[in-house]
Design a protein around this ligand. Structure first.
Ligand code: SF4
Length: 337
């Protein structure tokens, strides 16, 4: 194959893994960025295996798609993400991680600002595509004389130092030992979550433009908005508590505990199961507020799509004063049901 797949993803390794599992019929999940190689992948793999390609959008290793499709195969092949080790997947899953191979030139001048601020100990974080760039960054920082620490991962992350938009355990594990964090990634998604979750400054080293950016001001802006929605939710009575049915987002026990807390607070909660949260569903139900126990990034990143407050579990507990915190608490997923 001479497309994207042959450059980025090793089909021989995939075939070996599928053979080892004894797969005969395989469902493939392909993220949009890798879809240009899907014909080549199909043509190669279908010589040996029955292939079903899912074109549905999926959100990561927390989402292995529609059970109508995966119930009919003996293996799932997911491209682009790393396994979430503590999920009990319904079928064997072969994960083929996408790692960005083109690493730009990284040098000491990119991190001079940290030196000027007197930073000594840095917690290094990365999103999975940039693990190799993070190695390069580490080497430069060490050469500059910084102490670079890599935090331990919990059961939801595969690698030390890795982050997901819903899990920053690698940061928490070294929070007390570092002056700040440096996240190697692109765009704001992982960085914003890291800054909301970790009580130290997070600097995003953005590989798109090789800029270093302190994310505390952006996180403060988001937190102010979140408190405005929490305050609005304080007057709510009818509450939809949503359980996302995706395998790696389903937190039914949490939802039931929230339901009980809501009843104790004299509210009228109902539990809703959904695989695809949509604003009109909740508007049609005439609810005053939604508590979303699936991906914690839905309330934070998608709130503007909804007319009513959509809160995470800790935000809801703050709204009903079930828990008092003197700081904003980011909802992170440690494990699912
Ligand atoms: Fe990403 Fe959300 Fe899934 Fe976590 S729950 S892996 S942030 S899509």
């Amino acid at each position: 194959m001479d497309t994207l797949f042959s450059m980025k993803l090793q089909t021989e390794t995939i075939i070996e893994k599928l053979r080892k599992i004894g797969a005969r019929k395989v469902m493939i999940q392909v993220p949009d960025g890798l879809k240009p190689g899907v014909f080549d992948l199909f043509n190669t793999l279908s010589k040996e295996f029955g292939i079903v390609i899912s074109s549905d959008p999926f959100f990561g290793a927390c989402d292995v798609g529609d059970s109508v499709l995966y119930n009919d195969v003996d293996c799932i092949l997911q491209l682009g993400h790393s396994e979430i080790p503590n999920i009990k997947y319904p079928k064997p899953v072969v994960f083929v991680e996408y790692k960005e191979e083109k690493i730009p030139e990284i040098n000491e001048s990119h991190f001079q600002d940290l030196m000027d601020r007197g930073v000594q100990k840095i917690g290094l974080l990365f999103s999975i595509q940039y693990v190799e760039a993070a190695d390069r960054v580490k080497a430069v920082l060490v050469k500059m004389g910084f102490d670079v620490l890599i935090g331990k991962n919990d059961g939801r992350l595969k690698y030390p130092g890795q982050v997901l938009g819903c899990n920053y355990s690698t940061g928490h594990s070294i929070l007390k030992d570092v002056d700040c964090f440096l996240l190697v990634s692109t765009g704001m998604f992982h960085g914003l979550g890291a800054q909301l979750a970790l009580q130290k400054d997070v600097y995003l080293f953005d590989l798109n433009d090789l800029t270093l950016r302190n994310l505390a001001p952006e996180a403060d802006r988001v937190i102010r908005k979140r408190y405005a929605w929490i305050e609005r939710a304080m007057n709510s009575r009818k509450i939809c508590i949503v359980i996302d049915t995706k395998i790696g987002q389903k937190r039914e026990r949490l939802a039931k505990a929230l339901e009980e807390q809501a009843r104790k607070a004299d509210l009228e909660p109902i539990l809703i199961y959904s695989n695809n949260a949509s604003p009109t569903d909740y508007e049609n139900m005439r609810c005053d507020a939604v508590v979303f126990t699936g991906c914690p990034r839905v309330p934070i990143d998608d709130q503007e799509r909804y007319s009513m407050p959509v809160l995470t579990a800790p935000e809801f507990r703050a709204a009903i004063k079930a828990v008092r915190n003197n700081r904003y608490v980011m909802d992170e997923i440690v494990s699912t049901d």
